[in-house]
Design a protein around this ligand. Sequence first.
Ligand code: NAD
Length: 281
Amino acid sequence: MNSTSTTQAPPLPTLPKLLAGQKALVTGANSGIGKAVALAFAKAGADVAINYVAGDDAAQEVVEAAKAEGVKAAAYKADVADEGQVEDMFKQAIAAFGTLDILVSNAGLQRDAAIESMTLDQWHKVLSVNLTGQFLCARAAIREFKRRGVRPEISRAAGKIICMSSVHQTIPWAGHVNYASSKGGIMQLMESLAQECAPDRIRINSIAPGAIRTPINTTAWDTPEAYDKLMQLVPYGRIGEPEDIGHVAVWLASDHTDYIVGSTIFVDGGMTLYPGFSTNG
Ligand code: NAD
């Protein structure tokens, strides 16, 4: 197959209104995967709270695009690693939307370095945004889900949380020990919370993306050479688009997946199939 950095997959099918009447908060939603999740949720009929930390204009663009789908949308500026800002954001979003049914904890970043030059700041920054941020947002969402309980006319569950993890929750990643550790931590955070909260009818799961075309990993796909090298890791032969994750998030937040609890859905074109072994290792 002739692959280049401009290869685009054909459009995905139109989303049905699987989330009609539900209210969702998506963190890191003014870029990449978070933006695609927020817009897919809007297309599926959910009102969306758009969290972001920097980039007011980009956040406002997502709000307008979501509103164009006929739902309510608003932007909330907050650092997910800051307890006070997270608490304020949930308070404001719950006041504006009435309640919340879905949290997608997506905000994340990388600060890459070889171990001997990785600073403690780089370590703390990645762990605090990627892992502590997920703890703070999950805690605030679960408090609201438990307070309100199940509304059977809206959803079978009292609430749903989707943690944005990564294939690096299981694949080690040299030169990125802070990022891989944060994603491994998300796996245990998600599974332990899922076990704790399932009796309250709160469903907590993860999506683990492989290589998705976003600003976080531009150098991995923005030249034909980089793209072809990346494809050696992707049996399906194309990079993932943010919409690939958005559509899975809609499905995982909907009652179609009501019996999925504590699972990680890998959305990676086969990256976790150890493609290096396809010619027998
Ligand atoms: P991105 O850089 O386009 O988006 C990251 C988002 O997180 C941005 O909106 C950014 O503003 C936000 N953010 C960063 N720090 C924040 C903070 N302190 N508070 C609130 N928001 C903050 O990258 P992306 O690829 O869309 O990444 C989204 C998530 O997907 C991340 O958790 C990332 O680890 C994960 N992921 C991405 C890939 C990929 O290939 N793109 C693969 C696996 C996992």
